[in-house]
Write a protein that binds this ligand. Structure first.
Ligand SMILES: NC(=O)C1=CN([C@@H]2O[C@H](COP(=O)(O)OP(=O)(O)OC[C@H]3O[C@@H](n4cnc5c(N)ncnc54)[C@H](O)[C@@H]3O)[C@@H](O)[C@H]2O)[C@@H](O)CC1
Ligand SMILES: [K+]
Length: 447
């Protein structure tokens, strides 16, 4: 060990579960990562920026969000080394290396590909770990600030290869009480409702900003938690450089629903200059603000709405927003369009017609009705939590739906229906029937 090197023992737990399909490995957490208690913790390391951009998500800001992102996409994350002597974060200085036992992950998860984030981890993996796992590693470029020559776009393009091994996220449509129960269960396990709202509003803003990187945005907020998503999104969009006006019937302090009230108060405590708040404005003032906007975010009513009609002042706000959309203003709904039942798909009078709906956590049955597009436009699920463990328990995979006139399985509807795989000669290439060997030579007919 040299004077400036230290003996380091890896103390950050690996991230994986039984759905992880890809394993990403570095060498050893840097001093900054050890301080943060999580992988790639240096603010200038681009690992999280690259992953977020691969999945079109906001860059995760906390360790919990980073862990969540990995698990949602089926990625396991660890390092090759369990301990070594190292100078700072210098891979080149590594001596006395002891590898981690990667079978801890490969025996529990269906890992089909291993990626190393840099030359040193790939070299150490080949030397110490490949024989344990039996899976050769693909070397990816390092995301560390030391690899500054490579820009983030090039890095992201190199990391695309990971996607070939991952499954597309499953979208399950739940009933509204099931969504509420799901959020409660996630909150009971440590991701609070306030945190879920922060992620919901953050994703709503990220999605809006991706579609409309510039322009003036009006956010219509109701008094429930759907409004809370709007308060969070407004702050985020103002920070991202938009001119934002938030329209609400009540001040932050007068709201009653939690976590919406706390989210609104948090925005008021550090209100960005480009975010104006209009409290209970006259109908004409609302109309003028909506007309001046390039994008309207509808965060008036979400899953808490039911009924045949919408009360004032929201009814008028909805009518004004619909009129603006007729003249070309984009409308993006938070969770579901206001006035539209996320449970039944019934549209009240009046009802928002949106170009896009960013629905939180998972889809809802009302958003899957055949006419939903008229009100919801494109529906995008905001991936605000890792829901799979909860849904695996409560939602066993349904058998594929058969059309009403489909024959019962195993009972052909016609007497002479042929097995599906049979070809014109009656040979089924996929059956287990052993092929009858053909004679190699025909017998000489003259003998
Ligand atoms: N529970 C949570 O932690 C999370 C909730 N989220 C958001 O919270 C929403 C659900 O929040 P809430 O349960 O508070 O319900 P909503 O905010 O959807 O609706 C409740 C509000 O609607 C008003 N309302 C009901 N019927 C009305 C009518 N006919 N006319 C006018 N106003 C009417 C009520 O007075 C109440 O203020 C979701 O849609 C989602 O956007 C997300 O932030 C994710 C996390
Ligand atoms: K809404």
């Amino acid at each position: 060990m040299t004077a400036s090197s230290e003996h380091i023992v890896h103390e950050i737990e690996p991230v994986f579960d039984r759905h992880s399909r890809v394993l990403i490995l570095g060498t050893m957490p840097s001093p900054k990562s050890r301080e943060e208690g999580f992988f790639y913790g240096h603010p200038r390391n681009r690992f999280w920026t690259v992953l977020a951009s691969l999945f079109h998500e906001p860059v995760p800001a906390t360790n919990q969000r980073k862990r969540d992102l990995l698990l949602r996409h089926g990625i396991a994350l660890w390092d090759v080394l369990a301990s070594c002597d190292i100078e700072g974060a210098s891979d080149a200085s590594i001596k006395n290396a002891k590898p981690n036992d990667l079978t801890r992950i490969t025996s529990a998860a269906p890992i089909e590909a291993v990626f190393c984030t840099g030359a040193k981890s790939a070299e150490l993996y080949r030397r110490y770990c490949e024989s344990q796992t039996g899976i050769p590693a693909v070397q990816l470029p390092s995301t560390s600030p030391a690899n500054a020559a490579m820009d983030t776009e090039t890095l992201t393009a190199a990391y695309q290869v990971i996607l070939d091994h991952l499954e597309a996220p499953r979208h399950v449509a739940l009933h509204v009480p099931e969504v509420v129960a799901l959020e409660q269960a996630i909150a009971a396990d440590g991701t609070s409702l306030a945190e879920l709202m922060d992620r919901a509003g953050g994703f709503l803003a990220f999605y809006t900003h991706t579609l409309h990187p510039e322009g003036r945005i009006a956010v219509l907020c109701g008094t429930g938690n759907n409004g809370g998503d709007g308060w969070v999104a407004a702050g985020w969009l103002a920070e991202a450089g938009h001119d934002v006006v938030l329209i609400t019937p009540r001040s932050a302090d007068e709201l009653r629903a939690e976590p919406a009230k706390s989210a609104a108060q948090k925005l008021m405590q550090a209100l960005p200059e480009s975010c104006r708040i209009l409290i209970a404005p006259e109908a004409d003032a609302v109309a003028a603000e909506l007309k001046a906007a390039d994008v309207i975010i509808d965060a008036i009513l979400g899953t808490g709405f039911s009924g045949d009609s919408v009360k004032e002042p929201f009814a008028r706000w909805i009518e004004e927003a619909c009129a603006c959309r007729e003249s070309g203003t984009a409308v993006i709904a938070a969770d579901c369009p206001s006035g539209y039942s996320a449970e039944t798909g019934k549209a009240a009078s009046p009802c928002i017609k949106a170009d896009e709906t960013v629905t939180m956590i998972t889809s809802k049955v009302g958003l899957e009705r055949p006419w939903a597009f008229t009100y919801c436009g494109n529906v995008t699920v905001a991936p605000i939590a890792y829901t799979r463990p909860y849904l695996d328990e409560t939602q066993p995979d349904e058998p594929e739906e058969q059309p009403a006139d489909a024959p019962a399985p195993g009972k052909p509807d016609e007497q002479f229906r042929r097995p599906e795989n049979e070809d014109d000669d009656g040979y089924d290439p996929y059956s287990d029937r052993p092929a009858t060997p053909e004679p190699l030579f025909q017998q000489d007919p003259w003998n």
